[in-house]
Design a protein around this ligand. Structure first.
Ligand code: ADP
Ligand code: ADP
Length: 229
């Protein structure tokens, strides 16, 4: 399962200014669709609407054929994992941070997720396993390390649907490549919506949608978009 469908979605934060002006696309189960476009185009808004942070003005958003307004918030959010641009950690242990979203997970499951996200090394480096933003109680994590925590969290949560919202855009290019590799591994087999600002980072997506001023300006595979120029 995990098919995501937007049907002629219209949305505005303020009544005076429409942000999404009739957006339609589908992410078939297990596939990857990337949304690219200039800053302010409405890309992140799409991910917030899928998570149902806001209700739309017109159209429909469907997950496995069900309108997101007709499923409970809890079951919708259990089905969707999100890796944001900047992961904000709780000033608590790495285990707590990785467990966030699946608090019942066993120590073994947390350790396995940490290993898959390749953070088991710095779990051991950290006094009592603390991950802090302030760096006093424990280790101050780098941007790449924080994204690995978000990836471990996602592995543990194991959602059928994944939103990667500019998940590597705050990183230096070496770390970006590493995290992108890890994200590709975790997105395999999951329905994945990738928000990106550069076409070059979403080469392998099944479909790329170019959003401009709240409308789809172009769509196709990376090859098709390059051919058209
Ligand atoms: P599929 O099985 O649908 O092809 P994959 O998980 O193999 O899905 O991912 C397809 C492509 O999506 C990847 O090759 C990659 O180019 C792109 N992709 C996935 N995650 C990211 C990401 N975080 N940033 C940029 N591109 C990504
Ligand atoms: P993108 O992700 O493509 O950069 P966003 O979806 O973040 O674009 O934003 C689209 C537009 O909506 C922008 O003009 C932005 O200023 C506006 N916007 C975003 N969030 C809010 C909000 N909470 N309230 C009002 N306007 C917003």
């Amino acid at each position: 399962g995990g098919t995501v469908r937007f049907e002629d979605v219209r949305f505005s934060y303020d009544p005076e200014r429409e942000i999404l002006k009739g957006v339609s696309f589908e992410v078939p189960a297990g596939r990857t669709v990337a949304i690219v476009g200039p800053s302010g185009a409405g890309k992140s808004t799409i991910s917030r609407l899928l998570y149902r942070f806001y209700d739309i003005n017109a159209g429909r958003i469907l997950v496995d054929g069900q309108d997101v307004r007709e499923v409970t918030q809890a079951s919708l959010r259990a089905a969707i994992g999100m890796v944001p641009q900047d992961t904000v950690l709780f000033n608590d242990t790495l285990g707590y941070n990785i467990r966030y979203g699946r608090s019942g997970a066993s120590d073994e499951e947390v350790a396995r997720a940490a290993e898959l996200a390749q953070i088991d090394g710095f779990v051991r480096r950290t006094p009592k396993g603390y991950a802090t933003e302030v760096g006093e109680r424990g280790l101050k994590l780098s941007g790449g390390e924080k994204q690995r925590v978000a990836i471990a969290r996602t592995i543990l949560k194991d959602p059928p649907i994944l939103i990667l919202d500019e998940a590597t855009s705050a990183l230096d290019s070496h770390t970006e490549r590493e995290i992108q590799d890890a994200l590709e591994r975790v997105s395999r087999g999951r329905t994945t919506l990738v928000i990106a600002h550069r076409l070059s980072t979403v080469v392998g997506a099944d479909e790329i949608i170019v959003l401009q001023h709240g409308r789809i300006a172009e769509r196709g595979t990376h090859g098709e978009l390059m051919e058209r120029g």
